[in-house]
Design a protein around this ligand. Sequence first.
Ligand SMILES: NC(=O)c1ccc[n+]([C@@H]2O[C@H](COP(=O)([O-])OP(=O)(O)OC[C@H]3O[C@@H](n4cnc5c(N)ncnc54)[C@H](OP(=O)(O)O)[C@@H]3O)[C@@H](O)[C@H]2O)c1
Length: 268
Amino acid sequence: MSTSTIPTSRNEESLVTSHKGKLENKVAVITGGSSGIGLAIAKEFEAQGASIVVFGRNEKTAEIVRENLNDKALAVKGNVTNIADLERLYVQTKESFGKIDTLIVNAGIAQFLPIEAVDEEHFDSIFNINVKGAYFTIQQALPLLSEGATIVLIASAVTQIGLPGSSVYSATKAALRSLARTLSTELLPRGIRVNTLSPGPIDTPLFEKFDMPKEEVEKFGEWMIGQHPMKRFGSAEEMAKAALFLASSDSSYITGIELIADGGMTQL
Ligand SMILES: NC(=O)c1ccc[n+]([C@@H]2O[C@H](COP(=O)([O-])OP(=O)(O)OC[C@H]3O[C@@H](n4cnc5c(N)ncnc54)[C@H](OP(=O)(O)O)[C@@H]3O)[C@@H](O)[C@H]2O)c1
């Protein structure tokens, strides 16, 4: 059979390299977009032509958006564990932009404890934000997602390894990786692609929020760098480039994958 008869959903025009941004006329919603990886994604996507909606629980979300993004960007303050807040996020997104073309499911927390020290509160708080929050972030967005939209779930390279002390956090990220596989099948009839981006250790405020003494966090960071093939943390900007690939049509034949952006940490 000649290859010209093999059906493809891409038209020839889209194969030509464009000098325009990769997200021109697109609307991107980024949860946890007021800090770290999410903020870097918001800036990168804006530079690529997208209209940006940032959702964050931080009191300063609106201020951060004003300082870092253009005046078209919308800031919505809320908590991903609260479905009413998510409904408000999407009502405001609809009012401002009418649709969503790419949804970055990024809001998350990390706390590390050995299994003996984990209590119900620790377990529930991390699962509530990282898993329940992500799940309903996607479910509530469905009516607004355009045909051919993309969803990127920010998991973690800990889906690939056993990192002592991370049992609850790692289980939440493994749940996201599974969710991306299932939803990629459920949403494919609408042309929606769902992928996971799993960062390695990235230099963000996440580590300052660890519920442990500063010296212990520093020791953990040094240990991590010592183990790492590149002997460094990644940057939020490096993650934004990887997210851009999954969010844009550059990855048009990719769905259901886990892109591990960890400088080789879990591969070498
Ligand atoms: N940094 C790393 O090494 C690394 C590695 C692998 C995966 N990740 C993942 O990458 C994602 C972003 O992390 P980051 O490193 O950029 O950390 P970060 O700087 O702490 O950013 C996390 C963002 O999520 C928001 N957030 C947390 N809980 C929320 C909630 N319940 N509702 C709404 N927003 C909430 C935070 O808001 P507040 O500031 O108000 O809490 C913050 O804006 C997380 O899912 C994390 O698990 C990070």
